[in-house]
Design a protein. Structure first.
Length: 102
């Protein structure tokens, strides 16, 4: 079953802006063709398995490290694997908005 992965990556560089480094991480997900969404607090994406989600996050961290800018990287990860039916990340907020009457 597909997995929804959410990760928050913090490249510590000593500079206030790191969006260019976050873009490097997200590009890994984009190049794999996964459905993804960048939010102010984290990046969310769909992967076929937990293992693939974790491997993708590791590759995203490597992409950030490869720039040579960060001297530390902090990553928070959350995974959601529903076993009774496939998860589709776009449906989850839509269902909440429907209940809110939007």
């Amino acid at each position: 079953m597909p997995v929804i992965a959410m990760f928050y990556i913090v490249p510590v560089t000593g500079k206030p802006s790191v969006s260019h480094l976050i873009a490097k991480a997200v590009n890994v997900i984009k190049n794999k063709g996964y459905n993804f969404q960048v939010t102010p607090a984290a990046t969310v994406f769909e992967a076929p398995t937990i293992k693939e989600a974790l491997n993708t996050i590791a590759e995203a961290a490597e992409a950030v490290k490869s720039t040579g800018e960060p001297y530390r990287i902090i990553i928070e990860v959350k995974l959601d694997e529903r076993l009774d039916k496939p998860l589709v990340m776009d449906e989850m907020p839509r269902k909440v908005y429907e209940k809110l009457g939007k």
